[in-house]
Design a protein around this ligand. Structure first.
Ligand SMILES: [Zn+2]
Length: 330
């Protein structure tokens, strides 16, 4: 027997959300204003390059985002995404004759820095990263990325050709090796990679956080900076303070909804009902899963209905956010 409640399909055992895939056509289209705000990718180069101000440029291929800062004494590159790193040098040459002197890593993840070997032939290039990031990359020995040559513990300020870039390690919200916020005060420009994606819900499981307790605090951390332009490292748009507040509101809603439904759901009742349908108590994992799934299904449906018109990707990732919040609540 199969019956459907909302988007989920249940098989025999009540509450167990069996993962029957949704048809592509059942997903909400990406919101109109998000599509309209998308950075226009140059079809010839496959990337977008634009000066924000004070020499700060944003680069994107529509999925990843990085930056570079042109100074009077050379260029500072910030991240070298695997997907378009070989194009960065050419993009810089189009806007300045200044040579590339420094490369900063936001964090150790390959998708953001894994193309750095493309500028590895530049003489005396300084590759700047947190100590933990450098240690990890040295051990990993991936020939596609450069090993950092300049490291620091928590924070440092880069000064080159009259420009100032502030680097500060953040709380443990994303990668194990450490994450930087990269801030150019003169440009009111903040880059905080893998925190949020303007216009969209965060990526799976709140950007793969292993620490939802800390993740919830990063919005306040971001808003403590005086910035006008925000780069989150992913997807189609640049962000504003409003985008940060919107994602914070979504995150808080997920947490509160999951907590309420969890606290209102009696675990033993759900397990007993499931045991009856499953023919006994032997399979404890299955019974407990039914309890978790019941909460996930209910919370996901509620949250999706509230946010589907406000952020893109709600129906793609909300169930993963709910699971992350549920593990935290428990
Ligand atoms: Zn990452």
């Amino acid at each position: 027997m199969i019956f459907k409640i909302g988007i989920f399909t249940f098989l025999m055992v009540p509450y167990l959300a069996s993962a029957e895939a949704r048809a592509f056509s059942d997903y909400a289209p990406v919101l109109k204003h998000v599509l309209e705000d998308a950075l226009p990718i140059n079809p010839e180069t496959g990337i977008y390059v634009r000066e924000i101000n004070h020499g700060v440029h944003v680069v994107s291929d529509g999925i990843w985002q990085s930056a570079f800062v042109v100074t009077e004494d050379g260029v500072v590159v910030i991240d070298a995404p695997e997907s378009y790193a070989p194009k960065i040098r050419q993009a810089i040459a189009k806007v300045t004759d200044q040579p590339i002197k420094m490369l900063i890593y936001s964090h150790a993840h390959k998708d953001h820095i894994g193309g750095s070997a493309a500028i590895g032939d530049i003489e005396n290039l300084e590759v700047i990263a947190l100590e933990g990031v450098a240690h990890f990359l040295k051990e990993k020995q991936d020939p596609n990325h450069l090993v950092p040559t300049v490291t620091f513990k928590n924070k440092t300020t880069i000064r080159l050709g009259g420009k100032t870039i502030e680097l500060a390690q953040q709380r443990n919200y994303h990668s194990n090796e450490g994450d930087l916020f990269i801030y150019v005060p003169a440009a009111k420009f903040l880059m905080a990679v893998d925190t949020l994606a303007p216009g969209y819900v965060p990526f799976s499981g709140f950007d793969l956080t292993s620490n939802f307790h800390e993740y919830r605090k990063i919005f306040a951390d971001i808003l403590a900076y005086d910035f006008d332009v925000f780069v989150g490292g992913h997807l189609t748009g640049l962000g504003t303070r409003e985008d940060v507040k919107m994602t914070e509101a979504y995150t808080t809603d997920v947490y509160k909804t999951v907590k309420r439904i969890h606290d209102d759901t009696n675990m033993m009742t759900v397990m007993a009902e499931t045991a009856e349908a499953a023919g006994g108590w032997d399979n404890k994992y299955l019974l407990f899963k039914a309890f978790l799934d019941k909460i996930v299904v209910q919370a996901t449906a509620e949250i999706e209905a509230r946010w589907v018109g406000k952020l893109a990707g709600v129906d793609v990732w909300t169930d993963t956010h709910v699971r992350t919040a549920l593990i935290y609540v428990r």
